[in-house]
Design a protein around this ligand. Structure first.
Ligand code: AKG
Length: 298
């Protein structure tokens, strides 16, 4: 008998949200942002949505439009990426597995009427099907409801508890349930959980904003350095830049030229060397800096 994803309140403590995520592989946070914020995201992406066509494979969905580069294209989407409840939950859920974490991808997923269900999959398969140990999360995604998510409209389908399945068995779609939620709510789901976009049997579009996060030592799915022009990057808050990858993924991963932090490269600052322990202690907390970056040369 399929089990519904659990829903928690927007005022829940990150440790309680992380607990459900660890136990079930997914959790819905109800009404975490105002529906108007989601309208703003859609308005900022209107042109992109209007000029984007459906996908070319069954996986991408022929009646599904996917729009990326959300940090460059939608200033309002940036506040979803850096939402404190999400970052604090990720810190607990991903934190043990790396010095830091980063954005994996940003993508609006607009499922049109008549679209059949997406093949059920694990997002972590994108890491070349590496067999991560059961219970080890390398990636956690969010799906923000930019419209209501109903069963009929194609709410994301999940198999609660499947993040703990050993190996990669074939999943029976009959085991899935829809992550039903209202506009302004968010579904968090582990890279190891079986899930997929639902079939849209309604006559309206189901639109979600999919923002994924992965361990700092993995390659990002969406290349943030190329997806966001440098002149826009230089206007962004420090924490967001660090999440985009302008921060080493671990002490020696992703430095530029003379062992420089990518953020120092962005602002043409000299290199500051840190040892592994110092780096690991400080890196994750810096993701929470929400002010525009103000470089202070030595
Ligand atoms: O649109 C959805 O609900 C899920 C999308 C998804 O899982 C994917 O595209 O990998």
């Amino acid at each position: 008998m399929p089990v519904n994803p659990r829903t928690v309140s927007a005022h829940s403590a990150p440790k309680d949200i992380a607990k459900v995520l660890r136990e079930d592989g997914c959790v819905i946070i109800a009404n975490i942002v105002a529906p108007e914020l989601m309208d703003q995201v859609l308005a900022e992406l209107e042109q992109n949505i209007a000029t984007t066509r459906g996908g070319v494979t069954d996986f991408l969905g022929h009646a599904t439009r996917r729009i990326g580069a959300l940090i460059a294209r939608s200033p309002s989407a940036r506040s979803l990426v850096t939402h404190p409840t999400i970052l604090n939950t990720l810190d607990l859920a991903l934190g043990d597995h790396g010095s830091t974490f980063q954005i994996d991808l940003t993508q609006l997923v607009d499922i049109g009427p008549g679209e059949p269900g997406q093949p059920i999959h694990r997002d972590q398969w994108s890491f070349d099907y590496y067999p991560f140990p059961t219970g080890f999360e390398a990636e956690i995604a969010t799906m923000w409801a930019a419209t209501d998510f109903t069963e009929e409209m194609g709410a994301t389908r999940v198999i609660v508890g499947s993040h703990l399945w050993e190996g990669d068995p074939e999943a029976d779609p009959a085991l899935t349930t829809g992550a039903v939620m209202s506009k302004g709510s968010v579904l968090l789901y582990a890279g190891s959980i079986y899930h997929g976009g639902g079939s849209n049997k309604s006559d309206v579009r189901r639109i979600g904003v999919n923002i994924g996060y992965s361990l700092g030592w993995l390659r990002q799915e969406e290349n943030q350095y190329l997806a966001c022009p440098l002149e826009i990057a230089r206007t962004l808050p420090e924490g967001l830049l660090r999440l985009m990858g302008y921060q080493r993924g671990a002490a020696a991963l992703g430095y530029v030229d003379d062992l420089r932090e990518p953020l120092d490269w962005l602002y043409d600052l000299p290199s500051v060397h840190t040892d592994y322990v110092t780096y690991r202690r400080g890196a994750r907390s810096l993701l929470r800096q929400t002010e525009p970056y103000a470089p202070t040369p030595e």
